[in-house]
Design a protein around this ligand. Sequence first.
Ligand SMILES: Nc1ncnc2c1ncn2[C@@H]1O[C@H](COP(=O)(O)OP(=O)(O)O)[C@@H](O)[C@H]1O
Ligand SMILES: [Mg+2]
Length: 388
Amino acid sequence: MSAPFDRPLTADATDGLGRDAVPLASGAVSPQAGDDERVVESALRPHSLADFIGQPKVARQLDLVLEGAKRRGRPPDHVLLSGPPGLGKTSLALIIGSELGTSVKITSGPAIERSGDLAAMLSNLGPGDVLFIDEIHRIARPAEELLYMAMEDFRVDVVVGKGPGATAIPLEINPFTLVGATTRAGLLTGPLRDRFGFVGQMEFYEVAELQQVLARSAALLGVELTDEGSAEIAGRSRGTPRIANRLLRRVRDFAEVRADGRVTREVARAALALYDVDELGLDRLDRAVLEALVVRFGGGPVGVATLAVAVGEEPHTVEEVCEPFLVRAGLLARTPRGRVATEAAWRHLDVPLPRGGVPLLGGGTAVPGGTGGAPPSPGASSETLFDA
Ligand SMILES: Nc1ncnc2c1ncn2[C@@H]1O[C@H](COP(=O)(O)OP(=O)(O)O)[C@@H](O)[C@H]1O
Ligand SMILES: [Mg+2]
């Protein structure tokens, strides 16, 4: 078997941003899974649709797709799951396999280096199997073209020989379901996207949904978690189950060492303060960026490179690690002239609003309380997290 087959069944193949993990000032609220985290994650993964919390639209639609396929006795349409890291794409892919009672073969776009690897993988699929390709937008072009025919006709062309004498031999493969996951649906080519019969767009979770995730995880981990404790953690988890679960584990450690093991509101607060995760889920670096913008640069506009120097970080770290969430939380805006803090940023940092008002997103200033510097609605304009 080729190398991509050898991946463990539960591992996320990449960091989700499509490259090696970015070094973080504090990993507590990174949406990517760390290496040692993957084992814990697999223990916390839901195994059926009934167990899968939130994402009501995707879950209901998927339920119908799977139910219909089961009744017809044929594999369902190919499924594309898109959305930011940590929202449950890999979990859903595995659930599709278990709901269908078939096995799931796992690989990822970057792991498929040659189209021959993919051809071997496809011809090894049993009838009705699920092939999960994580980070599918990173698949190499020749492999992608091979995938088109496989998805449409359950056939692959195997090229025998080299140069002018090479011939393509068509090879039948078993009907299968491709499940693709991507954090960057916008990077998918049209022809590939068109071959998915079902596209599920994953959304960030509500606090109440994250509380359900936390309650479930706490039960699995044997942690006693009060409602208030879980509200405290959920509110700081950036709408992301992976972060909620990670914060729960850190708070549990604190509870066991410094308290009686129960995760109450006070314990959660003290633990999260120790780990530098604030009420909105900002970590130390996020706050440093925001503080530099508000205090040193009077709210901006300021270029990202200057901002990065001010906090002693690489510009790409500021841009790709901190900014997406600051934008989504309505604290920072990206404008053609540079980064600008919104009025909410001053309030969050508890810094008095400037006399002349907050710099307007399009230039000029707005008086405090006016509408000019109003934060964009959460989720409206995050560029890195939702570039679908
Ligand atoms: N809907 C959900 N219900 C319960 N737990 C979830 C849910 N979505 C994600 N999780 C948890 O978050 C972790 C990360 O989810 P994962 O499927 O790996 O996300 P993605 O593949 O989108 O990055 C999983 O281990 C699981 O414990
Ligand atoms: Mg994943």
